[in-house]
Every structure is written in structure tokens, then in C-alpha cells.
Design a protein around this ligand. Structure first.
Ligand code: ATP
Ligand code: MG
Length: 432
């Protein structure tokens, strides 16, 4: 039979790697919770309109990256290409705004789908963790959201990331700037890539984000947002930067930074990290302040403002791996049982269950074997203790417990095992 490969751009995440993905998720949810966020889980499958409306037709994502198809009832549905639109749809569907306690703070984690050319750090199915904070307009919130992203990366062990910030100003500033970009790029559009032709028509801001090197050269001489900012936007931006300074969060201003989605305004940011091996995985996190998304679903205008970010878990993982941040995360087990003889296998089955009941990670083989082979297996499983017993031991209701790090071996009564494990595994914070 011919083998079947995964769909192009998708990948399997297995064992140690899957543990790290779960760890990233766990670390992120703890940080988000510490900032007062609650988890939200929205469907992966949404009506296509959700993204047409909330993600914006001028965005690359909606123009060409969506997995859109007709279901059996002839409805156009789409696998979510990002998390924000679904959260906004859900806030309106469930009238979550009907509370005096603004802002609403939600975090999410899950797979997203984009039909892009797979390459380093770029998949068609990938995972994002992110937050949305909706219903209040404040530089404090903007800065705090950036702090949440920074804290997440810090907790994961990143020490050296580059936070890039920019302001896209308020609507009027942005319109004036777009006009200036239209006339600048209009004159040189013949030298630019086909995508930029369309960006010029739909949203010239997006040209600044073009990844074609020749186009990037032309972007360097384009008009600068700073020259088109209203006084209020300038002050808002300076206030946000000052708030980052207060938390000692380092950043770099980058006036070519724009966001892929159309609703962003005021502060926008991205986090990059230089890989030690020189690999460019692209941005690990992108976000910013947005306005007007709730309204596209019929939500209340007075609360139609928010700030959020999304982090690409695949890119975070790849960098953690290269930076050596996951070496000490490898899964270990507390004890590997080594039954010698059929009766001992039978006992191991029950003993394993008993010890698991006390919260220990315990494994046992399902048939007896040579002691040497069992020690090798215990080592591969990174077991801390080996618990060895044959029929003689069982007759006396004792076992031999060997510490695989120190090689010390002790005889322990079966009834005293839970306490022994508690005492023995305590110093590295495992067990009860
Ligand atoms: P890029 O400029 O790299 O295409 P983007 O601006 O499209 O990124 P966002 O929509 O801001 O990305 O998504 C948030 C994060 O998701 C990115 O910062 C990145 O870490 C990750 N990401 C985006 N596209 C992919 C992809 N195809 N594969 C893996 N991760 C991705
Ligand atoms: Mg993209």
C-alpha cells in the first residue's frame, strides 16, 4: 500500500514536542490568568462572513490565504485563519458585553489555517495563543497587553527578544497617511510585485509589510506615518511608550511596522527573536490596538475598541529548541517498576495503579524480562527510581528501591512506599 503523508503544510507533534506545546499553552494560560483574563474557546469552523467582516477584505489572509469551502448544505464556511474574528463574533453572539465590568478579557489557544507557501516557520495549519481585551480604550491597557506578551516569553525562558512598536494613528491620521502612500507608491508601482498592485488599491499601508526584498528597498523612502499623526495620536503613542519604560520593557520603534488585519490603529507591535543558528522564523508575536470590529457583527459602538495579540506557537517552539530552553523540560517518570517473574508482573499492575493514586508517574512492563533490559528502559524513560521485586520480595511484602541518579538502593516495605516516595522525590518538587 502506498503511504499517506500529512497534508502539505501540516505536521504531527509527537511526545516530547507535544509536551512542550502543552507546556507553552500552560505557561501562557497562567500568565494570562494573572492579568485577569479568562479562557474562551470558539469554533474552528465559522461562516466565511465572520472573516470577511472582521478580518477585512484588504488583508492578505482574507484575500488569498483562507481555507474556504461549501459544506454539504451549500453554505460557505472557513477554517479560522486567526483568532480575533471568532472571539469578536462570540462576544456579540453571547452578548458578553452586557456587563458593567469592562474591559472583557479573553485568552485563547488553538489551531488556525492559512493557505500559504510552506517554508521555515510557515505552515498551513499552525497554532496560536493570544488575547483580546475589549470595551475600554486606554494606553494603560495597550501597554499592559504588550507586557502580557513579554511576560509570557519571559516565563518560557526567552531573554533576548526584540519588541518592535509603531503607531498607525487614529482614523483621520491613517487616512491622510494612506493618501500620501497612494501617491508615492502610485508613481513606482510598476517596479513592485503583483501583490503590491492589489495592496495599493485595497490598503496601501499593507505595502509596508511586503516581504519581497526589492519592494522593501522602495518602502525605505516612502512617506513616514510620524508626519501624518494627529496631536492626540502622538500623545497616545508617547504615553504608551512611557508606560512600557515604567515596566522596563525594552522596545524598538519601527515606522514601517503595520499589521496584517485592517482594523488596527494607534499602537501596533511585533516580537522578533534572532535564532542562534541564524534561522529567520519571522515574527513570533503580533498585535495592537483595534477599533470597529464588534460593530461589523452588530455589537455596541461605545464598546467597539480593543487590543490584543497572537503568538505563533510553532515559531515559539522552534526558537525555544534552538535556544536550549526545552532541554530541561523533557518528561520524566517518578518510578519504573521491575517485576521479576509472572507473579511479580501481576503485582506490578496493581502497585502501579496504587502509586498513581498518590499522584506519582509510574510505569511498569506488561511482561517480565531481564533486569538489565529493564534498567536500560528505565533510563530511556528518564525514571528517577527503579522499584525491583521478585517472588522472594513479594513473600516478605518488601521491594528494592534504587535511586537511578545516585545508584543507592534500599529495601522498603510495600506499605511504606507512598511515604518513601514522598520523602524521596520531594526535594525536586515532585510527588505530594
Ligand atoms: P507573517 O508576517 O509572518 O505572515 P502575520 O502578520 O500574517 O505573520 P499574524 O496574523 O499577526 O501573522 O499572526 C500572529 C502570529 O502567528 C505571527 O506573529 C506568527 O508568529 C504566527 N504565524 C503567522 N503565520 C504563520 C504561519 N503560516 N505558520 C506559522 N506561524 C505563523
Ligand atoms: Mg502572514
Amino acid at each position: 500500500m502506498p503511504t499517506i503523508n500529512p497534508v502539505k503544510g501540516t505536521h504531527d507533534i509527537i511526545a516530547d514536542e507535544a509536551d512542550v506545546y502543552a507546556y507553552i499553552d500552560y505557561a501562557f494560560s497562567n500568565v494570562a490568568a494573572s492579568f485577569g483574563y479568562r479562557r474562551i474557546v470558539t469554533p474552528i469552523l465559522e461562516h466565511t462572513e465572520v472573516f470577511d467582516r472582521a478580518t477585512g477584505e484588504g488583508s492578505d489572509v482574507v484575500r488569498k490565504e483562507m481555507y474556504t469551502f461549501l459544506d454539504k448544505g451549500n453554505r460557505s464556511v472557513t477554517l479560522r485563519p486567526e483568532g480575533t474574528a471568532g472571539v469578536m463574533r462570540s462576544i456579540v453572539t453571547n452578548k458578553l458585553y452586557a456587563t458593567p465590568d469592562m474591559p472583557l478579557k479573553f485568552y485563547y489557544s488553538g489551531s488556525v489555517y492559512r493557505y500559504e507557501r510552506p517554508q521555515l516557520g510557515r505552515y498551513r495549519e499552525f497554532r496560536q495563543i493570544g488575547v483580546e481585551c475589549v470595551g475600554e480604550d486606554s494606553a494603560y491597557l495597550d501597554a499592559e497587553t504588550i507586557a502580557l506578551a513579554a511576560r509570557t516569553l519571559q516565563v518560557l525562558g526567552f531573554q533576548d527578544v526584540k519588541l518592535k512598536v509603531n503607531t498607525l494613528g487614529d482614523k483621520a491620521s491613517r487616512e491622510a497617511y494612506k493618501e500620501a502612500l497612494r501617491s508615492y507608491f502610485g508613481g513606482i508601482i510598476d517596479q513592485m510585485c503583483p501583490d503590491c498592485h492589489e495592496r495599493l488599491r485595497l490598503n496601501p499601508l499593507r505595502i509596508l509589510d511586503c516581504k519581497v526584498p526589492e519592494d522593501q528597498e522602495l518602502v525605505k523612502d516612502a512617506p513616514k506615518m510620524g508626519d501624518y499623526l494627529s496631536e492626540a495620536s502622538k500623545q497616545r503613542y508617547q504615553k504608551t511608550l512611557a508606560l512600557l519604560d515604567e515596566l522596563a520593557i525594552p522596545y524598538e520603534e519601527d515606522d514601517t511596522l503595520v499589521r496584517g488585519l485592517d482594523y488596527y490603529g494607534e499602537i501596533v507591535f511585533e516580537v522578533h527573536c534572532i535564532s542562534p543558528e541564524g534561522n529567520d522564523y519571522g515574527a513570533i508575536c503580533g498585535g495592537g490596538h483595534y477599533e470597529g470590529i464588534l460593530g461589523t457583527f452588530g455589537g455596541p459602538q461605545e464598546l467597539d475598541v480593543g487590543v490584543g495579540f497572537a503568538m505563533g506557537v510553532e515559531r515559539v517552539y522552534s526558537l525555544m529548541k534552538e535556544l536550549g530552553l526545552i532541554d530541561n523540560l523533557a518528561e520524566t517518570i517518578d518510578a519504573y517498576l521491575m517485576p521479576l517473574g509472572e507473579q511479580a508482573v501481576d503485582f506490578a499492575y496493581r502497585l502501579a495503579d496504587g502509586l498513581r493514586g498518590y499522584g506519582y508517574a509510574v510505569e511498569a512492563p506488561y511482561k517480565t524480562g531481564k533486569l538489565g533490559a529493564m534498567f536500560k528502559r528505565a533510563e530511556r524513560k528518564k525514571a528517577k527510581l527503579a522499584i525491583i521485586f521478585g517472588e522472594d520480595e513479594l513473600a516478605k511484602q518488601i521491594v528494592q528501591v534504587k535511586d537511578l541518579a545516585t545508584q543507592n538502593q534500599e529495601e522498603v516495605p510495600v506499605s511504606g512506599l507512598p511515604q518513601y516516595l514522598a520523602d524521596h522525590l520531594q526535594e525536586d518538587g515532585e510527588g505530594e
